[in-house]
Design a protein around this ligand. Structure first.
Ligand SMILES: CC(C)(COP(=O)([O-])OP(=O)(O)OC[C@H]1O[C@@H](n2cnc3c(N)ncnc32)[C@H](O)[C@@H]1OP(=O)(O)O)[C@@H](O)C(=O)NCCC(=O)NCCSC(=O)/C=C/C[N+](C)(C)C
Length: 263
């Protein structure tokens, strides 16, 4: 196990045969893994540090909660060190505010990269930015104590850390609106039923279940998984005919690769 990063409540290790698995751990359990700009910078750095050998990125958390979301110190008048308070953000010129939020969002985007499959192991509370971080991953394996909630709207804000699209894709518009507008908890049984969770297991079995799924993902040929992920991701935005064409093109690349025939 090699440690790649350990700062601001984010620890990244490499493991697996040939460093194929990166494990990103939220490691500020005393504060329920509440997130700040420093957390997001560290998560962005984690994505940049991953070597090309990595095929599966696991996101997990220490302590009682996966993440209690935004550090609520940010909404106090005094704020927290190293992060503009809401009071300050509200006074930014529009372009500067756009840049600031875009930078925060970088922590949430790289999990979608086609060269990795990202897998969130979610237990306890996943609230606001915590819920959005779980949504940033391709797959979610949840413990039976999981409690998702999108609290931004209840605080007078909107979810702006890339979570709205995957939420709508996973559960549909009407349920996504209801979950966001009410800020209510979505517990394990519902999460599995509506498609938020790929799998729900007893809390004590979460790590083993993540290990089993990781092994199953690694068992498939790498390039086929990369092409399949790209195909499925693109299916949301392509027309039916465009998607058929994308399938043909991808299959051509796979066949030529398998047969050792050059492009
Ligand atoms: C239900 C929660 C998560 C856990 O309850 P608990 O009883 O297990 O733990 P407790 O409340 O005693 O908390 C333990 C310590 O952790 C500190 N804590 C917890 N959450 C936060 C937080 N979000 N920010 C800062 N600190 C937090 C808590 O103060 C305790 O510290 P001490 O031991 O007293 O020193 C419960 O904690 C809870 O409901 N937390 C708040 C959840 C929440 O509302 N989060 C905000 C969601 S909105 C969001 O994330 C928005 C993001 C988008 N955007 C970027 C636009 C702002």
């Amino acid at each position: 196990m090699t440690e790649l990063l350990n700062k601001d409540g984010v620890r990244v290790t490499l493991g697996g045969d040939g460093d194929t698995v990166a494990t990103v751990t939220l490691d500020n359990p005393a504060k329920r893994n509440a997130q700040t700009a420093a957390t997001w910078r560290a998560l962005t750095e984690a994505g940049r540090l991953l070597p090309g050998s990595v095929r599966v990125a696991v996101l997990r958390a220490e302590g009682k909660s996966f993440s209690a979301g935004l550090d609520l110190g940010v909404i106090t008048p005094e704020g927290i060190p190293g992060m503009p308070s809401f009071h300050e953000l509200a006074r930014y010129p529009e372009a500067q505010l756009d840049d600031a939020i875009a930078e925060y969002q970088e922590a949430f985007t790289w999990w979608r990269r086609n060269d990795i499959v990202s897998l969130a192991a979610v237990h306890g509370h996943a609230i606001g930015a915590g819920f959005q971080l779980a949504l940033a991953c391709d797959l979610r394996v949840c413990a039976d104590d999981v409690q998702f909630a999108m609290r931004e709207t209840s605080l007078g804000l909107v979810p702006d850390l890339t979570g709205t699209r995957p939420l709508v894709e996973l559960v549909g518009y009407a349920r996504a609106l209801e979950i966001c507008a009410t800020g209510r908890f979505v517990r394990a049984e519902e999460a599995e039923r509506v498609g938020l969770a790929n799998l729900v297991v007893p809390r004590a079995e979460l790590d083993a279940a993540v290990g089993d799924l990781t092994a199953a993902l690694l068992a498939a040929p790498r390039d086929a998984v990369v092409e399949t992920k790209a195909l499925l991701r693109g299916a949301v935005t392509r027309s039916y005919d465009e998607q058929r064409a994308a399938e043909r093109a991808a299959q051509g690349r796979r066949l030529r690769d398998l047969a050792g025939v050059g492009e």
